[in-house]
Design a protein around this ligand. Sequence first.
Ligand SMILES: Nc1ncnc2c1ncn2[C@@H]1O[C@H](COP(=O)(O)OP(=O)(O)O)[C@@H](O)[C@H]1O
Ligand SMILES: [Mg+2]
Length: 291
Amino acid sequence: MKEFTPIKEGKVREIYDTGDNLIMVATDRISAFDVILKNKVVKKGAVLTQMSKFWFEYTSDIVANHMVSTDVKDMPEFFNQPQFTGNSMLCKKLTMIPVECIVRGYITGSGWESYKKDGTVCGIKLPEGLKECDKLPEPIYTPSTKAEIGDHDENIDFERSVEVLERDFPGHGRDYAEKIRDYTIALYKKCADYALTRGIIIADTKFEFGLDENGNVVLADEMLTPDSSRFWPLEGYEAGHSQPSFDKQFVRDWLKANPDSDYNLPQDVIDKTIEKYKEAYKLLTGKDLEA
Ligand SMILES: Nc1ncnc2c1ncn2[C@@H]1O[C@H](COP(=O)(O)OP(=O)(O)O)[C@@H](O)[C@H]1O
Ligand SMILES: [Mg+2]
């Protein structure tokens, strides 16, 4: 049997290269305040992978995506092991477009910081008098570029995204920049409207796109998981202050109350967190997690 080692190990995900395809494995690691906790959140990886699968299927009418299969039977034999079952996605390998496509339906995080300073986010002027976490009149596209290792991503305006893409794909910069912007807004609108009917506010999210061998723009990476998005409970939502996170609130609250814990959490906090991930999955998909 051929053995595989990850070509990349991120904070939470591991990526394997099988030739034409990639296998993206969501582990049960969890980060909070940019630190990886000592604890594993059992089934978190499966929840995230199955959630991406749900959204890829739900939006395939808008844009093609990189998902091939989440069934380990479709993957090399090495992946027929329990640690890969349910949390792995076989994906088409793409040439990635180096812009992080962020869309915001609500004003929070770095968007809120920027708005407080000068009333704009990524060069977009917003109405006066917005409160923290207010819903925006329309979702806004606020791209960023991946910075060099160590730096934070850099927020850019749309015209800058055209330049960045023109540099990498001469003659296609504006075309690709417009496509990824328009897909990003359309994907967010469809999914956020749906999530709202299920009791979850998707405040903002990030998409990544790539190009297939024919130059088509294809949706990649993970999609609308709590790791790539801000999920808030609709119940109790109120602008004017920060919102609880749907999935990580127990963890954050506990860490704040226990600053000397060395990121080792008691099992009951972890158990409650696992339940939140499963609850989000069930609310959104209408199904219990099978994996
Ligand atoms: N279909 C794909 N083909 C090639 N690369 C992809 C595809 N989907 C996602 N990627 C890339 O895989 C990587 C996933 O890494 P990740 O764990 O998110 O860490 P980071 O975002 O810090 O680089 C990212 O660089 C992403 O752009
Ligand atoms: Mg990433």
